[in-house]
Design a protein around this ligand. Structure first.
Ligand code: GLN
Length: 448
């Protein structure tokens, strides 16, 4: 399997450009050791995995697709998720491209390369985990890890026709994840099928004493939840998810999916998430504020590549950050620093936190009567490379349907539900109650 994975990467990655760093020597050594000591008990025995490059891997270059970290060749430890995959004998094939520090929706913000959509390489794979979605869609690895702060697993899964889950906030340890917005970030699996996805989540989920925000909640068997029976399922469909800006083709595919659920015996009703119209502005204030604080450590001293020719210490900080960060990262740092500054804090950051609570309350209220919320993952199929690069606001709008889920902290999955006329995949989003990934998976699996 490991050899097959590298053979496929050699065949297609020149075009897809999903991988930043390959672990060929390490993976081959590990595969040989596994062959010598077959351990049928290990859940992911010998299975190749690709890891998004903001997840720290011991001894394997980890850059978050930033020039600033381009010299981080030899990290000292593994993220908890990587350790857990190793315990189950998965083999790390390599590190995967992304938008720099996970800021973006198309992979075009990577400072190294722009991953392409394997269905049509004129189009983007989505982002920020675009490389993780493309690598699975192109058959380079059977599964990968991505991260989702505002949609970065689900939106690329939708664009590339694969399955991607953002777990409940706190379900999966963030120890060893290079933080973007700590109150929103979650690591999750991207796979070809719902069953594979459930299988991987079982391996990486659970409490971790190294991450104080990881929840001490029991991890059930997610694969056991895949019964195929959804006859008891009560589905809520928010009318805001069919608003202006959502493509007719996307709406039609989601309506067809709801029909299929009816045939399977489930029931659905229209509901409202009245505060979702504030989600995008709330998200960009909160996530940029947290990013400005998290990225302060990348100063060329504590972390990051140091500028060569600075004369004073202050110049050295300035130059290291000016040279190391790309435009989008700088934009977020400026916005976040402004929103947190004295005199503006109450008007922006505090207000955004209050609206965040209202958005969470909207979901809580719906989940009193329904098991899952269903709608599109993204307003459109994958757009063309270059098409949205000159307007950050257009780019931000791609996440309008995924962001409320991160603000509320609930789990959400994207599963393929059809194709647009131009042949590109469309994704269905299924959102569940806090820590109820089981019902999300059951609903997604029955539909698949
Ligand atoms: N595209 C969104 C952003 O740029 C979401 C990113 C993410 O989920 N990491 O912030």
């Amino acid at each position: 399997l490991v050899e097959e994975s590298y053979a496929r990467i050699k065949e297609v990655d020149g075009e897809v450009q999903a991988f930043l760093t390959l672990n060929e020597e390490g993976a081959r050594t590990q595969a040989k050791e596994l062959e010598a000591n077959a351990d049928a008990e290990a859940k992911l025995f010998g299975l190749p995995i690709g890891i998004k490059d903001n997840i720290v891997t011991k001894g394997l270059r980890t850059t978050a697709a930033s020039q600033l970290l381009s010299n981080l060749e030899d990290p000292l430890y593994d993220a908890t998720v990587v350790q857990k995959l190793q315990n189950e004998k998965a083999v790390t094939i390599g590190k995967i491209n992304m938008d720099e520090f996970a800021m973006g929706s198309s992979n075009e913000n990577s400072s190294f390369q722009a991953t392409r959509n394997p269905w049509n390489t004129d189009h983007v794979p989505g982002g920020s985990s675009g490389g993780s979605a493309a690598a699975v869609a192109a058959g380079e690895v059977p599964f990968s890890l991505g991260t989702d702060t505002g949609g970065s697993i689900r939106q690329p899964a939708s664009y590339c026709g694969v399955v991607g889950l953002k777990p409940t906030y706190g379900r999966v340890s963030r120890f060893g994840l290079i933080a973007f917005a700590s109150s929103l970030d979650q690591i999750g699996p991207l796979t070809k099928s719902v069953e594979d996805n459930a299988y991987v989540l079982e391996t990486i989920a659970g409490h971790d004493k190294m991450d104080s925000t990881s929840a001490n909640v029991e991890v059930p068997s997610y694969t056991d939840a895949l019964t195929g029976d959804v006859s008891d399922l009560k589905i809520a469909v928010p009318k805001e998810y069919f608003a202006e800006g959502v493509d007719e083709e996307v709406k039609a595919s989601v309506r067809a999916a709801l029909k299929k659920y009816e045939e399977l015996g489930a029931t659905w009703e229209e509901v409202s998430l009245p505060h979702s119209k504030y989600a995008l502005s709330t998200y960009y204030l909160i996530s940029s504020s947290e990013a400005s604080a998290n990225l302060a450590r990348f100063d060329g001293v504590r972390y990051g590549r140091r500028a060569d020719n600075a004369e004073t210490m202050i110049d050295m900080f300035k130059q290291s950050r000016s040279e190391g960060f790309g435009d989008e990262v700088k934009r977020r740092i400026m916005l976040g620093t402004f929103a947190l500054s004295s005199g503006y804090y109450d008007a922006y950051y505090k207000k955004a936190q209050q609206v965040r609570t209202l958005i969470k309350n909207d979901f809580d209220k719906i989940f009193e009567d329904y098991d899952v919320v269903i709608g599109p993952t993204a307003p459109t199929p994958a757009f063309k490379v270059g098409e949205q690069m000159d307007n950050p606001l257009t780019m931000y709008a791609n996440d309008i349907l995924t962001i409320p889920v991160n603000l509320a902290g609930v789990p959400g999955i994207s599963v393929p539900c059809g194709f647009a006329e131009n042949g590109l995949p469309i994704g269905l989003q299924i959102i569940g109650k806090h820590f109820d990934e089981s019902t999300v998976y059951r609903a997604a699996h029955a539909f698949e």
